[in-house]
Design a protein around this ligand. Sequence first.
Ligand SMILES: Nc1nc2c(c(=O)[nH]1)N[C@H]1C(S)=C(S)[C@@H](COP(=O)(O)OP(=O)(O)OC[C@H]3O[C@@H](n4cnc5c(=O)[nH]c(N)nc54)[C@H](O)[C@@H]3O)O[C@H]1N2
Ligand SMILES: Nc1nc2c(c(=O)[nH]1)N[C@H]1C(S)=C(S)[C@@H](COP(=O)(O)OP(=O)(O)OC[C@H]3O[C@@H](n4cnc5c(=O)[nH]c(N)nc54)[C@H](O)[C@@H]3O)O[C@H]1N2
Ligand code: SF4
Ligand SMILES: [Mo]
Length: 723
Amino acid sequence: MEVKLSVCRNCGSLCPVKLTIEDNRVIKVEGDDDAPIYNGFICPKAKLLPAQHAPEGRLLHTLKRLADGRFVKISSATAVEEIAERLSGVIEKHGPKSVAAYLGGGLMEQPLVVPFLNSFMNAIGSGLVFSAGTVDQPGLMLANALHGQWQGGRVHPSAWEAFLVVGGNPVISKQHLPQNPGQQLKNITRNGAQLVVIDPRHSETARRAAVHLQLIPGEDPTVLAGLIHLIFEMDGVDRAFVAANAEGAEALREATRDFTPDYVADRAGLKVEDLVAAARILVQARSGDTALGVGPSMATRGTLTSYLALCIQTLRGFWAREGDLVGRPRVLIQPKTFKAQPSRPRPAWGFAPAMGPRGLQPTSAGLPAAAIPELMMSDGEDRIRAFFLHASPTTSWPEREKTVAAFGRLDLLVVHDVQMTPTAGLADYVIATKRQLEVPVTTQSSEATGRIHPGYDWTEPYGAYRPAVLEPPAGSDLLESWQTYYRVAQKMGLNLAIAERGQPVDISMDREPTSDEILELACQGSVVPLSKVKEFPHGHVFEEARARVQPRDPACEDRLQIADPAMMKLLREVRGEDVLGRRKTSADFPFLMIARRVQVSTNSGVRPDGIAKTSYNPCFMHPDDMARLGLAAGDTLEVRSRHGAIIAVAEADQYLRPGVIGMAHGYGPRFGQSYDPRRDGANVNDLTNWEDDNDPYHGMPRMSALPVSVRPAASAAASIAAE
Ligand SMILES: Nc1nc2c(c(=O)[nH]1)N[C@H]1C(S)=C(S)[C@@H](COP(=O)(O)OP(=O)(O)OC[C@H]3O[C@@H](n4cnc5c(=O)[nH]c(N)nc54)[C@H](O)[C@@H]3O)O[C@H]1N2
Ligand SMILES: Nc1nc2c(c(=O)[nH]1)N[C@H]1C(S)=C(S)[C@@H](COP(=O)(O)OP(=O)(O)OC[C@H]3O[C@@H](n4cnc5c(=O)[nH]c(N)nc54)[C@H](O)[C@@H]3O)O[C@H]1N2
Ligand code: SF4
Ligand SMILES: [Mo]
């Protein structure tokens, strides 16, 4: 028996853990009390590590699907050979652009796949690498481009006086408070910061707020425009900051003029005094930050919501100024000088040819994932015919039926996974991969993610490295995800390169590198050398990497844009529209269903079995709504949208706004299979549709604020049968 230190990768928090290991099996998981920042914190999902690594229930060999649909075990070497051959065939016949890939949750455990997949896709001449970045909050990146970026970065939390959270629940999701979120929030509020939360649920985070705006789902642009209106009215604009760094203040004032407190409160279902109290907190704070979650992003118009949040930051001057602590100091990535000056806006779209029948464009958030199914369904020249996958889209993408149909048209589907998921069941090859504790880990991946999404990374100069601590199970034949691309490239005679000090450097195709060697390469030129980070088994805060924001270049003439024409136009549409017509609730669909996460699972990959009383995703409802419908906790019910229906299990949640129901995504069985909502849970994406109030820029449809009906399942069953 031995105790080893490692890092949990069941979400992006990367909590340090102390593992008791016997005969290559984890028998105990504890938080690492000696690790800085985290203070021993782990969440219940860390307790899944033993079962996740046990040989039972996981994929130990690569599988190949035969013509009759059965899967047979094959060696990874044979799989590599066959994939290289079939891929070459597809490319020969249809060209390299018929090959695409998608990176989702699978890269949490295996971030090294990113440079290899990119390099591989470039080497074959495709370049079509899509990611979950255009599924979850693409609006953040579009808004950043339209608004421009503050080169000093975000304010360090120790200086916050206000923190505005819009449709996120960091206490549970850890997004935006990634390490020990409860304690981070305590520290922030103890320092005097006031928390404002905008959420239809009185969430675990909202319960700690000074003001909670429990709005009607989907009304975030209205509420943020109302807060901007009040900031102007209360003379709360940081005039010096705006004069020196931004343009468009007058136009923004004009565009939000009609978003009066009365109008906003009435439309969004709020009290005027709460709205005013929220605005007062923002106006009185000398510095602060905003955080956007997936809720408003999925409730349509995520780009506008993200943009308005950035406008609030700029109006209030909530950016790190000269001499301030850098909010996200760099450790295992390349150094950067943070300067107290803006970078002008960049194009958010319109710089690359449109793809697919709806003409969705690549944006500053990347290639549009929303175009994938239609590119597979199309008979055009740009049809996708071979697909490499690191996720479970038939669970996590909208409209499962269409997603499944699209995958059905592929000539080659290669899925990487650790378990036989509903999506893996459709694959030609399921590459069985190693699990997290069988591969080394660094903090570089979360730091890199933090550069594009402010919800990740550390606000202290923290770095950690841990080697692999377990051997793969005896008799297994597992790859690391990056190895597939390396070995297929080898077979196809391609050369791969990965970035070293920001420059692509060829890697040897004769001798396969180890993961540790690749990490060394990827960390070349980092602020703190990887060799130094390795000296600290508990992780370490590298004081020498703490940085301060530098003065502005005298020559800098860039400005942030707070009245982007497309966003102002959309805002006027919001103000002018028929509110109920847009919301789409009706007598038939009186409830709004929201996206939400739960502590005991992560998306479709990390299941609650063994750490929670139930293994399914309940349908949370306000107790008054349940009483009205004659539902008791534990009853089965039918949720129906205009696009489909699911059977779920009722659970009371007094914290929901009445009229709103919530369910976590990531659950449910294989398509076409009957399911037990008490065992498998239900797939909420049977209620969504690829073409439903799509964001005009990134194309993702409505996945929150979805109009639905709810009724007891007994009466529903009869009507489903009759259809
Ligand atoms: N209705 C609705 N749908 C949603 C959301 C929502 O809120 N509501 N949220 C969306 C969001 S924000 C996201 S990010 C997506 C996430 O959805 P996906 O992008 O599909 O990601 P995961 O569900 O995390 O899928 C991870 C898959 O990777 C596998 N995996 C785990 N470890 C490894 C490994 O080491 N190697 C490999 N190869 N595979 C591994 C897991 O077993 C699992 O099958 O879902 C989206 N879908
Ligand atoms: N435990 C756990 N942690 C996770 C994940 C997980 O599945 N489980 N997934 C990870 C991933 S992929 C992501 S992207 C992050 C997401 O991190 P968060 O964005 O924090 O995700 P959620 O916890 O779903 O919080 C979304 C919140 O939005 C609210 N909401 C829903 N609709 C609306 C709306 O129209 N307007 C407003 N204002 N609010 C709304 C919901 O009530 C909910 O509280 O979490 C990551 N962390
Ligand atoms: S799943 Fe829990 S323990 Fe694991 S990294 Fe995330 S927050 Fe930490
Ligand atoms: Mo996500």
